[in-house]
Ligand binder design. Structure first.
Ligand SMILES: [Zn+2]
Ligand SMILES: [Zn+2]
Length: 338
């Protein structure tokens, strides 16, 4: 099968013919139709995330069709409600496997599993014609979305949604960075009646205008203070200095949620900014429950995705444009388009 392979960090992906994977027990062999490009893919290519599987097929926002089903697993009740048949459309996310038995898994925090495996990082992902995935971690996708539009929902949507849920019932919600995930989650926040305050790079008037057009109450530079104190802020940009900036804009008892897997160092800040029960937290990965909730609400809003497509073989072009900030929308690789 055709695949784009990462041999080593900091090298371009190589277009290569590799053996088609075989589905093991409880696994689906999936013919990949589309796979969205995530900032995490860039972090892996750029060597900012440690110990990826190498060589590696990137990609953890995969939409495809079940081509073959491995032997049924022996997971009984847990798997019996995950029904996939050959030909079904399936979505494959970042969380690829958990042990189901560690202290985190047993307390509804499988996103923190000690032995978790991740699609397109510690197991091969979707920058290829076929991939295999543990059926228990795959999703049925809402009919509302075609294969291209559904792909960005699988990470930007899901992990963004987990970040958003950490903000509780915040009325005034800030978003630092207004890229793929923020754009998706802003739509849910507005649907749920939150007042939205969007912070961009200072001077990025175009993005500020697009945030206002979407319904933000205010948009400005990350060096500005919002007109009202924030009950919560989500940081989508991987820029550490935004953490004290967001903290400084919080009302008492407010929370700053860091939504990314990687961030530059956070500078020191006065304790007075944390005092009065303000909280800083991060979000790691996703649980299957996050996925179920998100795919239930997304088509109701309906959350719209904006995409820019590239053929699989142009994955390096998509990554380079992402790194340079030159993408107009979420990059989606077309692998076996319908
Ligand atoms: Zn576990
Ligand atoms: Zn991702």
């Amino acid at each position: 099968m055709r695949a784009m392979v990462l041999d080593k960090a900091k090298l371009p992906l190589q277009a290569r013919d590799v053996p088609k994977p075989k589905p093991g027990r409880g696994h689906l062999l999936v013919r990949v139709n589309s796979c969205a490009v995530c900032r995490t893919d860039l972090h892996v290519v750029d060597g900012e995330l440690s110990n990826p599987k190498l060589p590696l097929i990137l990609g953890h926002q995969i939409v495809g069709r079940v081509e073959e089903i491995g032997e049924p697993a022996n997971f009984k009740s847990e798997i019996s409600d995950v029904k996939f048949a050959v030909g079904d459309r399936v979505g494959i996310p970042w969380l690829g496997w958990t042990d189901g038995e560690c202290v985190y898994c047993r307390s509804n925090r499988e996103n923190l599993c000690d032995r978790a495996r991740f699609t397109g990082y510690t197991i091969d992902g979707g920058y290829a014609e076929f991939t295999v995935a543990d059926a228990r971690f795959c999703f049925h996708l809402p009919e509302h979305y075609n294969d291209v539009d559904a792909a960005p929902l699988l990470c930007a949507g899901l992990i963004g949604y987990r970040s958003y849920r950490k903000t509780g019932n915040a009325r005034c919600l800030g978003m630092y960075g207004f890229g793929n995930a923020a754009h998706l989650i802003a739509q849910i926040a507005l649907y749920e009646g939150r007042d939205l305050f969007v912070f961009t790079r200072p001077g990025d008037v175009k993005t500020q205008q697009s945030a206002k057009a979407l319904g933000a109450k205010w948009a400005g530079g990350s060096d500005e203070m919002p007109p009202e104190k924030l009950d919560a802020a989500i940081i989508f940009a991987s820029v550490g200095p935004l953490v004290p900036a967001a903290l400084h804009a919080l009302a008492k008892g407010g929370i700053v949620v860091c939504g990314g897997i990687h961030m530059s160092d956070i500078p020191s800040f006065p304790y007075a900014d944390l005092w009065e029960e303000r909280v800083i937290t991060s979000v790691a990965n996703l649980t299957r429950r996050d996925g179920e909730e998100f795919f239930e609400i997304a088509p109701r809003v309906p959350v719209r995705t904006h995409t820019e497509t590239f053929p699989l073989e142009e994955a390096n072009v998509a990554l380079d444009r992402f790194r340079a900030g030159k993408l107009k929308a979420t990059a989606v690789l077309l692998v076996n388009p319908n």
